[in-house]
Write a new protein. Sequence first.
Lengths: 293, 338, 236
Amino acid sequence: MANFLQQVVSGLATGGIYGSLALAIVLIYRATRVINFAQGEMGMFAAFIALWLIDSGWPYWAAFFATLGLAFVGGVLVERVVIRPVERAPVVTVVIVTVGLLIGLNGAAFWIWGGDTRAFPSAFSTRAIHVGGVAFSIQDFGVIGVSLGAVALLFLFFRFTKLGLAMRAAALNPEASRLVGVRVGWMLALGWGFASVLGAVAAMMVAPTIFLDPNMMRPVLLYAIAAAILGGLESPIGAVLGGLILGVGLNLISTYVDFVGDALKLPVAFVVILAVLLVKPTGLFGRATVRRV
Amino acid sequence: MSRRRVVTLAAQGIAFLLGVAVLVVLPRWLSDFHASEVAYVGIYFIAILGLNILTGYTGQISLGHGAFMAIGGYTTAILVGHHNVRDLWTIPLAGLIAGGAGLLFGVPALRLSGLYLALATFGLAVALPAVLKKFDDFTGGTEGIQLFGRPGFTGKGYENVHVLGLTLTFNDWLYYLCWTIAVVLFVVAWIVLGGRMGRTFRAIRDSEIAATSSGVNMPLYKTLAFGLSAFYAGVAGSLFALATTFVNPDTFPIVLSLYLVIGAVVSGLGSIWGIVAGALFIQYVPDLASKYVSEAPGAPSVAYAIILIVVVVLMPFGLTGLIRKTTRPLTDRLFRRS
Amino acid sequence: MAALLELDNVEARYGATKALHGISLTLDDGSIVAVLGANGAGKTTTLRAVSGTVRRSGEILFDGRRLGRRGPEAVARLGIAHVPEGRGTFAELSVKENLRLGAYTQRPQAFKADYSRVLNLFPWMLDREGQQAGTLSGGEQQMLALARALMQRPRLLLLDEPSLGLAPGLVTDIFRIVRELNEKEGLSVLVVEQNAAVALETAERAYVLEVGRVVVTGASDELRRNESVRRSYLGY
């Protein structure tokens, strides 16, 4: 029983990470119908920058927040420079552009920092804390806190600020938004900025566990995609919940089903993707949209 | 047949014969190493051709064709490496097994469209290496399978090859093997896509609804397209295994699948004539980038990404689109008689 | 009376198809002008040309200022509110959020007063603030669209087929409100309508379009009295 609870908590921690990245993917998808395949690499790049700041002597949280700021700016720039020219192009073209971004950022990280695996500091101590006689890792709670905190802040922003409302409107109905004076193009850019911030949070939360190297986010991206699909690509809440469910589920399966273990977690995620897309493509929390013939 | 059609066919025929002629004599001027590089171009050519059948012709996006290459590659590797089968026989077999996998995948793929299919195939390609590692009794696990020196391997990977009374270096042999198969498969694709099947495929791509309402058995054709396209990828994968003389789960990474899609888009979806350009692009741009930009690891990828993005932005319809756009005024001129 | 809006030889196209072949019209400050004609005549495109939703050539002057190549976001800031075909409501957002969006270009301090004003016109909205706009009835959505436009504090209102899909009683209500706003607050209105009879009762002048050109123009009374114009172009 103790082990079960421990696995649930640590599953929630990884789930929080998947959920943050999944939310980033959903934000961009809702606004532009595009899956940003480079979302993971953008986060990875941000994590490298954070490490560079920390190695230069910055305290952890200063580096953390500075990185978030830089990630935001980076996301906005990427949208304006790379995505905007292909706004109206067919899906395949935009997919290629994000794929190109993936390859480019991956290469840039290799070029600047090399391919060696590095340790990334954790914001939280790795000591255990005992609740009800069961040992939990403080780090897990910390990760859950930060991921869900970031997500919650974002929700509050969208719900209660004028800019957040404008961004929601721009994603839902760009034409009508223009008519009330919303600069839709900039709303999209801001969306990419926020998504980039979420990606950076996810990367910095996962890096202490899986160590920092240019390829580290590849599997995380797949888990995030699975989480986004599970929750429903149109649903931000679904993305986060999907992440938590997937995190806990994968953890429990890999602990209790020997055959799967750690080795087959990725294929299980793939099976989840396939199963959801076949059975209920709109995911657990998405609403079915009728295709106008 | 309209006059324009005749001229187009004639032009295509001449281009084809010229191309074949060039391919036959090229190794004389290429160093051994370059011959092997151009052999890889041939392999990518086959894979991209297959992907084009799927994406360009029936509009189903696959970001996971590397997985079908892996299936073909591993088939050859297991048969040659573990069971001493003669390598040439494994090539069609690899294609068939990969094609079968494609047919199988094509069935659930029917219910997925556009981006959803892209995501599912992406997942397939990312997840497959883990499966290959797990079933290590069969696949050699992380250690992979060595083909170098195996008895069934023509030239064993380094010796000269004697065929049809000629003696070729291993790399030249590889070159002719890959390109002969590439040319044959190209002609097959040309015939298949030019005929009724091709028109049906294109109808599906342009409007699924219109195609269904005119009586096309959509599920059948879409699944067939997947199977055919996977067959091509499997053959390419088999040749890839022979070229690298070694396979392990990292031989067919997700990046390969992405490169194939890039090659298909650069060449122009929906036509088989620009594919050489696509294959050349994915083989040589990274190479040239590492020569002229910087040798540091990662730098070629950055240059590659920039070039790719610029190319895609400037030529959204790929090289074929560009050719069509520039030759259209020419062919229009030729026909403004009456 | 000064002209608030002037169109001079405006052309517009959708891709390769030309929709407007040189439209000229004038709207005086404080007046209501109707744009009439059959389906496909270019009425909606005319409004889109003014709001900048479609690319156009030719001159458009608003309050003496050239609109040039301004897009809808900039045109909205000049004081032109466009209620498009299909109403342009944000179906997934609530009634109040729709109205907040209408006030997007205005100062935050103005919201309270403007919101009360709108509630006076449409009292039913008070109890339904939180309701999803997409679940409102057709008539309610039209009123919400109008209210949303009013939150923009416009000098010129562009109304596209307000009567579409509405029961006759509601149609009369909407046009009555428009007339009131025009008389009490001097709001200028350019309204596109297929229902020519109702439009001519409210507007002072009208322009009749056919296939992207102005074929008839004049005061509403004259047009109503002219049998042949009514038969050929107005359908009644």
